[in-house]
Write a protein that binds this ligand. Sequence first.
Ligand SMILES: *[C@@H]1O[C@H](CO)[C@@H](O)[C@H](O)[C@H]1NC(C)=O
Ligand SMILES: *[C@@H]1O[C@H](CO)[C@@H](O)[C@H](O)[C@H]1NC(C)=O
Ligand SMILES: *[C@@H]1O[C@H](CO)[C@@H](O)[C@H](O)[C@H]1NC(C)=O
Ligand SMILES: *[C@@H]1O[C@H](CO)[C@@H](O)[C@H](O)[C@H]1NC(C)=O
Length: 408
Amino acid sequence: MLNKSPLILRMALLLLQVFSTDAKMDIITSKQDFKVGEEILLLCKAGGEGDITWLKGGDEVDDEEIVQKVDETSSKLVIKKASLEDAGRYTCKCDYDNGHQDDTQVTLYVYEGPSFGSTTTYHEFLEGTDGNVPCLVTGKPAVDVQWFRDKQEIPSSGHSHLRKMPDNTLHIGKVRREDAGMYVCHAQIRGRPISNQLHVSIVVNAPPTVHLREEVQKVIAGPETNVTLLCLVDGLPKPSINWSLPVTFDLSRHHFNSDRSQLILNSVVRADFGEYICTAINKIAEDSATFTLHVFEAPEVFVSADQHHVSVGESVSVSCNVSGYPEPELHWLNKQKGQTLDMTSGRVRVVEGVLEIDDMMPSDGGLYSCMAVSSSGNASRDVAIYSKFVCHLFWRIKKKSLWHFKHF
Ligand SMILES: *[C@@H]1O[C@H](CO)[C@@H](O)[C@H](O)[C@H]1NC(C)=O
Ligand SMILES: *[C@@H]1O[C@H](CO)[C@@H](O)[C@H](O)[C@H]1NC(C)=O
Ligand SMILES: *[C@@H]1O[C@H](CO)[C@@H](O)[C@H](O)[C@H]1NC(C)=O
Ligand SMILES: *[C@@H]1O[C@H](CO)[C@@H](O)[C@H](O)[C@H]1NC(C)=O
């Protein structure tokens, strides 16, 4: 349709010329470039009646299949299936009946292609390696190739990291992430407005890398203690993240954010200690990093009873348990006297955490404290030991009789 309007215009012009006095010759053709196999049709209009002949190069074309007389003022040249050899300069010559002679010429081009055959249109490269993207073009008589990215031509010389090589391959030196995208291989029949283009997409891959915001964290266990482990992952395609936990995943306390880059531990317990491994995997490779969580427990103290009423002369033992991490040291304290009880034998002693008092004396009565001391903190529980006054008399009698015993 686009080619037809200039044709109509030219025909109209020609008609005008036919009726003008200074009539000229013209060759009418829809176009100058013909694909191999297409039909070529040239119509020669002479300014008046005469004998029209066609020449290609310098030789007359006299094949009746090709040259056909239309009427006394026009002749046509028809090539059913154009071949590359049909390209050239065509002359239409007229020997007018009045003895005058005139001619006119047109140059025709016959082409094949350009086509890209089996050129690959999708490439994946590893970041940092060199990438070569071939553009396998065929076409005749000759084809010029250009590479474009975002409508910008890629140079074929210089030191640009994107370069067109002499064999039309696009060379990418040390592929970067921003090299990913769509490229165009543009092929044109040399010097003619006949071209074709191929879109080639390039994908850049990068192996995963993993970084942790912190590699070690120390926390104290407790319902209010939350820990967020952040795994910073890089790689192309975007790696998937996998965690390995020292404990079995517990939905009530452990959860992930949507891309699993964050592992959140709520209400950390002592059992949560250990190594957390964040692994990032994509189709290229995998990488991992290890986070170590140290969980301390604040000390706690348990005593068998916090009040004891002991008759004078009797024995009493108060057991005390401590817990925590690291395991706390246990100390018994006489708060009244402000002294630590560290004797393991004797009337008042501490044996494996148990406070033992033999032969209770009124002065033993008072406030004691079992203490847990650790690097995670201190804790204590007070124990009140009362000596029973009602037994005071009994004690004196007993004591007296002992005194008597000694003197006999
Ligand atoms: C720990 O997480 C829980 C649940 O998300 C929240 O209720 C609590 O306030 C957090 N505690 C602290 C100290 O941030
Ligand atoms: C990690 O992912 C693989 C599959 O992608 C799965 O088989 C494995 O159980 C995962 N490991 C952990 C600790 O979630
Ligand atoms: C000491 O601890 C053990 C185990 O934790 C417990 O069974 C025992 O009752 C505790 N004793 C006291 C006096 O709290
Ligand atoms: C814990 O007790 C130890 C020994 O009695 C003392 O030296 C230390 O300062 C105490 N620490 C705290 C945090 O109270």
